[in-house]
Each structure stands twice: as C-alpha cells, then as structure tokens.
Design a protein around this ligand. Structure first.
Ligand SMILES: [Zn+2]
Length: 280
C-alpha cells in the first residue's frame, strides 16, 4: 500500500538526494570491513553491485549480532541500511535469533515496506525504518534497540540529559513517541519519524529506541552512547542533584569524541570484543 502523500515526482527527487548522500557514504575513509565475514556461507556475488550489497548485508548482520550480544537490541530489535541511490532497504528479518544473524538472513524491502527479496519475512516493525528513511534523506542507517535504562526514562518521561561526554550528541533532546506497542503501520512510522525530527534518536514509550546515522557505524555507536548516557543519568539521579553539561561542554565533547576516527575506534572496539568472545 503506497503512501498517498508521496507522489511519483516526490519519490524521484527523494531518490536523487539519497544517491547524493550515498556517494559520501561510499567514499567515507577509514571504515573497517567486517572481520568475521559471512561470505563463506553465502553464494558469491555475480556483479560488482551484488558484491557491494552483499558487503552491506554482512555489515547489517554483524552490527545486529554485536548489539544483541551487548544486550542493546535484545531478542527482537533490528538494524537497517538504505541501499545508496535506490528506494531499497536492507534489514534483519522477523524471526531469526539476533545473535546468530547472518548476511543471507538479511532481507530487502522498498520504502513502502514491500518485501523485494529474502528467504525470511521482513520484521513487523519495518515501518520504524521506512518511516524514518522517508522523512530523513540524510539517514543511511537505523538501529531499533531495546535499551533498558533509556526505556526507563521513556516511562517516567524524564528528559534524557547530556550527563556523559558521549551523551553530548543527544543534547538537542530525545523525544518520546507516545504510542505503546509495535510501530507497524505507515501512520505509526510517520508519527515516529515526526517525533524523531532532525535529531539523532527517539524513544518509543515502554518499548525501545530508534537511532539514526549517516553511516551504519554512526547509528551503531550512537545506540551504545544513548544507553550509556541514560545509565549514567539514572545512577547520578540516585545519588544527588544532576546538572547536565553546558552548551560549551556539549560543543567541546562532540568535537573531541564524535569524530570519524572516534566512531571508528568504538566500532573496532566491539569488533575486537566479539573476536575475543569467539576465542572463549
Ligand atoms: Zn521493538
């Protein structure tokens, strides 16, 4: 069922801007390839484009496994990437355990949530991702997580404050989307995207969060930083009066710890940690 508000012309313009964003993403330096490739269990790609999509699927699967193993995604969150220059999205499926997700489990949908490809059904909450991709041409990756501490704040409606230096990226606020339950219609997906606005994350009341990035690594790292900041805030509030960082603090912390190299460092940290897990 297509979105009636989006005409064909709007959609074409949208795709042009998505393609422009993709050029930046593809040429972005210093991003690590997945270390534990799933390619050995997946048929070899027939064309360069198919090879590029396979690499993206490996990254979606890898990020999902790492978020699951760290307790951020839980048993039913998902990660997605927009395929640059298209209206297609790669996303983890509905029914595969997150901490064993492989590249060949990842499915392809279009921005109207129609399934294009994949051996499993798309997730019920695909609308979280497509709603955001419609509204935010700058977003190339989305993580839907179930972070315990952050969700606590969605229940009390206490605002998330920048209280940890990694939380500075959320200083412009993290709204709470008030609808409790699955985001599984166009209307709910659009509502969630409106609650997100032009920010980096949105909370879903009594449920989870959606975190966005210009790259998958950005969304992945920011998903951890949202939860770390919420945990720190709750601990601080339990021990005394909390004073959030000042705008000057925010600007300094973003400059110091939200650089491409620091995002890459944190991505690599979880890759290394996963390798260690496998040795154990
Ligand atoms: Zn969920």
């Amino acid at each position: 069922m297509p979105k009636s508000k989006n005409s064909t012309v709007d959609r074409r313009d949208f795709l042009k801007s998505a393609a422009a964003g993709a050029a930046v993403l593809v040429s972005s330096p210093g991003l690590a390839e997945p270390q534990r490739s799933e390619a050995a269990t997946t048929a070899p790609a027939a064309t360069p484009q198919a090879a590029a999509i396979l690499k993206m699927k490996e990254k979606v699967a890898l990020a999902t496994r790492m978020l699951a193993r760290e307790g951020i995604v839980g048993s039913s969150g998902h990660v997605s990437m927009r395929i640059p220059g298209t209206d297609h999205v790669l996303i983890g499926p509905e029914d595969v355990t997150r901490n064993i997700l492989g590249a060949d489990d990842v499915v392809t949908v279009d921005l109207n949530t129609n399934q294009i490809e994949g051996k499993h059904p798309r997730p019920d909450e695909t609308e979280i991702h497509t709603g955001i991709y419609w509204a935010r041409p700058d977003v190339m990756a989305v993580a839907h997580t179930h972070p315990t501490y952050s969700v606590s704040l969605s229940i009390t409606k206490k605002p998330i404050l920048p209280v940890h230096m990694h939380g500075a990226i959320f200083a412009d606020g993290v709204n709470v989307f008030d609808s409790v339950g699955h985001v599984n219609t166009h209307e709910l997906g659009d509502g969630l995207a409106r609650a997100l606005g032009n920010r980096r994350a949105v909370l879903m009341k009594m449920h989870g969060a959606a975190i966005v990035g210009a790259t998958l690594e950005e969304a992945f790292v920011a998903a951890f930083q949202l939860e770390e900041n919420a945990q720190q805030q709750l601990l601080a509030e339990a021990t005394g009066k909390v004073e959030a960082m000042t705008p000057e603090d925010v600007a300094r912390c973003i400059k110091q710890s939200w650089r491409p190299s620091s995002i890459q460092k944190r991505w690599q940290y979880y890759l290394d940690k996963q390798s260690e897990d496998y040795k154990a």
